[in-house]
Write a new protein. Structure first.
Length: 244
């Protein structure tokens, strides 16, 4: 039965994607499995600052419920019940070091786009669909990843790029998606959000945008009940197309 369900999901996904005026992509976990590099970059920053914090994958998976690297570090520190709270300046400096190391890791080319992403971007452009990004991470991180994967002129193909610091509230608040719709001048029902996490699903759903989920490393077992379609990889779209 699983094979049939997967085939139906891919066919539904191809139909959902094909009729959208715009595809709005999440970044981390959706375009590429970047969270493992974020995790390593956080640990590098902690070690550089003499902090005895080490986020293994189990700890990081729990901390990923908090979106935003700065907010995630503060949530971790709060959880240690150590007074006084870390000053914002310390959090900002840790995040600066982390972000610089993350870019160095990305620039090694060790984190390619996930299967099917490049093909979908190419096919969407060929169909005249518009492309956008709605993410919690920073513009610097988006540029590092997509310059490496798509070349330095990657932004020319995207009509809107909205990052975490562009809005007041990060996912699961709908802010990044509402701002993206405003910049695209499109209605929610005319678009599809492509996400990997429950926080992302909730954010897009609160903006009334239909969501296609691709399961990722840290969020594989999240509850995606509200999603229109759940795939393991975007490459399944191509397979579905070939069947039709
Ligand atoms: C994922 C996030 C980000 C990254 C770390 O963003 O929540 O916080 O984990 O990046 P999305 P920063 O899935 O919405 O792309 O340290 O720059 O926040
Ligand atoms: Mg994500």
């Amino acid at each position: 039965m699983q094979v049939v369900a997967t085939a139906l999901a891919a066919a539904d996904a191809a139909e959902l994607i094909g009729r959208a005026a715009a595809l709005i992509f999440d970044v981390d976990g959706t375009l590429a499995e970047t969270e493992e590099l974020h995790r390593r970059a956080f640990n590098h920053a902690f070690a550089s600052h003499g902090l005895d914090w080490h986020w293994d994958r189990a700890i990081y998976k729990k901390l990923l419920r908090v979106t935003g690297g700065k907010e995630r570090m503060r949530a971790h520190h709060d959880g240690l019940w150590i007074a006084p709270p870390l000053p914002d300046t310390d959090i900002a400096e840790l995040h600066r070091v982390k972000t610089a190391h993350y870019a160095e890791l990305i620039e090694t080319g060790c984190c390619p786009l996930r299967p099917g992403v490049t093909d979908l971007l190419t096919a969407a452009k060929a169909r005249g669909q518009r492309l956008a990004i709605a993410t919690t991470t920073s513009h610097g991180n988006i540029d590092a990843l997509l310059s490496q994967a798509l070349g330095t002129r990657w932004a020319a193909d995207f009509d809107a790029v909205v990052a975490g610091d562009d809005v007041r509230h990060k996912k699961p608040a709908p802010d990044v998606y509402l701002e993206t719709l405003a910049r695209l001048k499109l209605g929610a029902a005319d678009c599809v959000a492509i996400e990997d996490s429950r926080n992302g699903l909730i954010a897009a759903s609160r903006a009334n945008i239909p969501v296609l989920i691709t399961r990722s490393m840290f969020f594989r077992d999240d509850d995606f009940g509200e999603a229109r379609v759940v795939l393991d990889e975007l490459s399944e779209l191509g397979a579905a197309k070939q069947k039709n």
